[in-house]
Ligand binder design. Structure first.
Ligand SMILES: [Zn+2]
Length: 207
């Protein structure tokens, strides 16, 4: 998985550290798959409709990507939480929690997302616009993951949205569950909307 995409990114960004590329492909297979598909379609695309398809794939990749890095607890109390496809605000809150300032990376990412929407709808879209949209997206995502990794924020989560209702407001908590031998520590993931709950029994035991 992800090999073609890695080769593709390496071609585009020969000077980018290969760790960046590995981080991106390992982080989220759905995102990598969408970008790979966009890349293979781009190589044979000639019509407006085919270029617009690249925009759709890249837009969806951004939505999936930001959902997987954003956490509801990045938003301070009292502020409205971004919706599940509000890529720009999810990016804003996520990057605000990264140790260093990422003003330009945030700006570039938002503009690249805007470009994806434009490529999707614009009747005068060109191959160059579609190429820019796809390649800069890969670069921005890799840089965002790298920034998060250096702030130790990036965690590969089993669920980043509710498998029942699609909500991105999943809350994590830890609790001790009594057992005849003592108690187990469990990690719980609860959906704020539908109540879906995932319990991870990987915790330690106390007597
Ligand atoms: Zn739910």
């Amino acid at each position: 998985m992800g090999k073609d995409f890695v080769v593709y990114l390496q071609k585009c960004f020969g000077s980018v550290d290969s760790n960046l590329i590995n981080v991106l492909t390992k982080h989220n297979e759905n995102v990598a798959r969408k970008l790979e598909l966009a890349n293979s379609q781009l190589s044979v695309a000639h019509s407006i409709e085919e270029f617009q398809q690249i925009g759709i794939l890249v837009r969806d990749a951004w939505i999936e990507f930001t959902q997987s890095i954003y956490r509801a607890d990045f938003v301070p109390n009292g502020e409205n939480k971004p919706g599940p496809s509000d890529v720009k605000r999810m990016l804003e809150y996520t990057l605000r929690n990264v140790r260093q300032s990422h003003k330009y990376l945030l700006k570039m990412s938002k503009e690249t997302f805007d470009l994806a929407i434009k490529v999707q709808h614009d009747r005068s879209v060109t191959k160059q616009m579609a190429t820019q949209c796809l390649t800069v997206t890969g670069l921005c995502m890799a840089l965002i993951l790298d920034s998060m990794a250096s702030s130790e924020m990036v965690v590969k989560r089993l669920y980043y949205k509710c498998p029942e209702c699609g909500s991105i407001e999943l809350e994590t908590s830890e609790e001790w569950v009594p057992d005849f031998e003592g108690a187990f520590k469990v990690g719980k993931l609860v959906c704020n909307y539908c109540g879906w709950c995932y319990v991870d029994y990987a915790g330690e035991m106390k007597a």
